[in-house]
Design a protein around this ligand. Structure first.
Ligand code: 5GP
Ligand code: ZN
Length: 135
């Protein structure tokens, strides 16, 4: 399998590792949105969130919280975006599931890209019905 993150996990590609345990690594993103932007990566190759077991997801969030606390302390901020992209149209570039921790600072000028739209008349009700039908 030609997966960059599997290669990083196996030390075939170098990275700035800031955390490792039996099931996870955390590395600095090579093209950071802000300095200290960290990726939390399960060692098990899963494509994205929907491919992960509930147990692995729970463990991943626990590790993300632990690393987020280290980032908060070391970079002296209490603001962090936790982001996770699923699918190409959502901006996923590496198809090995991972969570982004992006430290934020006052007036850092970063836009995380949520541009809000308006529903047409009655459309919000239709979308709620559609999604309720998806369970
Ligand atoms: P995605 O868009 O898939 O959620 O995010 C993938 C992230 O991986 C991007 O932010 C990108 O900068 C980062 N990335 C891609 N290749 C490498 C690499 O070889 N090393 C590191 N450290 N980060 C990478
Ligand atoms: Zn992989």
């Amino acid at each position: 399998m030609n997966c960059i993150f599997c290669k990083i996990i196996n030390n075939e590609i170098p990275s700035q590792k800031i955390y490792e345990d039996d099931n996870f690594i955390a590395i600095l993103d090579i093209n950071p949105v802000s300095k200290g932007h960290t990726l939390v990566i399960p060692k098990l190759h899963c494509v994205n969130l929907f491919d992960m077991s509930d147990e692995l997801l729970y463990k991943t969030l626990k590790v993300a919280k632990k690393i987020g606390n280290a980032i908060k302390k070391s970079l002296n901020t209490d603001s962090i975006n936790l982001i996770q992209n699923n699918g190409a149209d959502a901006g996923q570039l590496i198809f090995h599931s991972h969570f982004h921790l992006i430290p934020r600072f006052p007036n850092d000028g970063i836009s995380i890209g949520m541009t809000h739209k308006k529903y047409e008349e009655g459309e919000i009700v239709k979308y709620a019905e559609l999604i309720r039908g998806g369970f």
